[in-house]
Design a protein around this ligand. Structure first.
Ligand code: PLP
Length: 497
């Protein structure tokens, strides 16, 4: 299987080259040139398997230049016993009616990013051994909160790698910030930037394509890669859990093999929902993909009108990991929907960077609306949803998941679509204790982060993950804040070049 770039389809890399590079040198994103298929028979054969075995079967269809031994090594280590708080790794839980939550936050950092970032370091080190064996890999990450911690945890002390994370100084929750600034490991670094996530992401993308920096890296036997969802190695592990969720629904008797499910995803950079789209295109019976946004509803407007316009107010919301106006992975979807036409993508992405705006053709819009629906809700509605789901069904969800639950409910109400629903549950509620506590409880007595965790725990009796409790006694190691212009310098300083 060859990987091509969304902005140059004549490029043909192996999967390990695509993963090691992260992003194509002309700024495009790597995609497989064809989407492998899963027959119902094949899906049926996955039902009796555990998560690790399901993952191996899916991943080998995409990572065709990995040997079986290499792939087994990667997958078995990523999801090995003890790393995830559920034996099922990503359990599908029926919460009410035919609505199911796919719990993707059972990993070491309590957010769904672990699903991919526990695996990526293994994929990347195997890939680097194949395509650039004598180089040290430098991972640059822009984070809206959860990716940063998950990437740090995944790459901590991995030989021949260094990792540097940039986060928006006021754009993450106190727990997310503490998770990152207290990170242990010899090869890690963390830096806040004055700006929002889009600034951090743009800064990283610019560093990747800066010719001068590239030269410096060559001289020092270094190579960049990315742990953001622009890296195919981040995206491909996410396809697995949608296939796995379908298998679970069949196994639990919620649907019969071949019947469809709907999927709702709380969306920011469009990586998670794109993985669901890949699962659908592979043959998993999925009816609609519902894209849920918070007040930063650029994607809702886009899916409903075909106009993508980032020239709008940026809101800091109670679901900070979705506070994004430029959703990078949309580029991959547009490439697929426009019949893999790299010229169209170059034109659209040009317009995005010059005007902050583009409109897709009628045919692309009609393909888009055939598979996708979209909705959004503000913080007030998000909190109302948390309260309602908690009081009615005794299930405590985080703010991001609540956005998706709200949008899924509105979709069901508006369309009358009775297809069983799977909602991606993307974080543990204790990562956002203040918002969740104020949603379920009328008056709050605590003022600091950890007393809020305690108060939420006393009120709901939902257990607090040990990883979050233990942060209380750790001292932050990384307190630096920089301007977005100085990001390249921060990289050089960290590497001492
Ligand atoms: C990253 C994140 C999202 C958004 O996922 P994308 O793949 O960027 O669309 C949603 N919820 C949480 C908790 C996240 O960490």
């Amino acid at each position: 299987m060859k990987y091509i770039s969304t902005r140059d389809k004549n490029i043909g890399f192996t999967s390990s080259q695509a993963i090691a590079k992260g992003i194509s040198s002309e700024g495009g994103l790597f995609v497989p040139e064809t989407i492998p298929t899963l027959s119902l028979e094949k899906i049926s054969s996955l039902i009796s398997l555990d998560y690790i075995s399901r993952a191996k079967e899916i991943l080998k269809l995409y990572l065709t230049d990995f040997t079986e031994e290499q792939l087994n090594y990667c997958v078995e280590n990523a999801y090995k016993k003890g790393k995830f708080s559920s034996e099922k790794i990503a359990p599908t839980v029926n919460v009410y009616g035919n609505v199911n939550l796919l719990e993707l936050w059972r990993g070491p950092t309590c957010a769904f990013k672990d699903m991919a970032l526990q695996l990526l370091p293994y994929l990347l080190t195997v890939s680097a051994q194949k395509s650039c064996p004598d180089k040290e890999i430098v991972i640059l990450v822009a984070t809206s909160g959860d990716t940063g911690k998950a990437a740090l945890e995944g790459f901590k002390d991995v030989p021949h790698t260094k990792i540097l994370v940039f986060y928006p100084v006021d754009g993450v929750s106190p727990m997310q910030k503490l998770q990152m600034t207290t990170q242990e490991g010899e090869n890690v670094s963390v830096c806040a930037i004055k700006g929002n996530f889009d600034d951090a992401q743009n800064g990283v993308k610019t560093i990747f394509t800066n010719k001068k920096i590239e030269e410096k890296f060559k001289e020092n036997s270094l190579a960049f890669s990315s742990a953001n969802s622009i890296n195919w190695g981040r995206l491909v592990p996410q396809i697995v859990y949608y296939v796995s969720a379908y298998c679970d629904l069949v196994e639990q008797g919620s649907i019969k093999l071949g019947e469809k499910m709907n999927v709702t995803v709380p969306t920011g950079n469009f990586g998670n929902i794109l993985a669901a789209y890949y699962a659908k295109e592979m043959g998993v019976p999925i009816n609609k993909l519902i894209c849920a946004s918070n007040a930063n509803n650029v994607l809702t407007d886009f899916i409903n009108t075909g106009v993508y316009d980032k020239n709008r107010k940026f809101y800091m919301t109670a679901s900070p990991s979705m506070d994004i106006l430029i959703s990078s992975n949309l580029e991959r979807l547009l490439f697929l929907l426009s019949g893999m036409d790299d010229e169209i993508i170059r034109d659209l992405m040009n317009k995005l960077s010059t005007d902050g705006k583009y409109q897709v053709s009628d045919s692309v819009l009609s393909y888009l609306q055939k598979d996708f629906a979209a909705g959004c809700c503000d913080d007030e509605a998000t909190k109302k949803t948390i309260k309602e789901i908690y009081e009615k069904y005794n299930y405590l969800c985080d703010t991001h998941t609540a956005v998706a639950v709200n949008v899924a409910n509105s979709y069901i109400e508006k369309t009358g679509d009775k297809t069983p629903m799977v909602i991606a549950s993307t974080a543990n509620p204790y990562k956002f204790s203040k918002s969740v506590l104020s949603a379920v409880k009328d008056s709050i007595t605590s003022t600091d982060e950890f007393s809020m965790v305690d108060e939420l725990n006393e009120f709901t009796r939902v257990p607090v993950p040990e990883q979050l409790v233990s942060l209380k006694n750790k001292t932050p190691r990384f307190n630096n804040v920089t301007s977005k212009e100085d990001m390249p310098q921060v990289v050089m300083d960290m590497l001492g070049i």
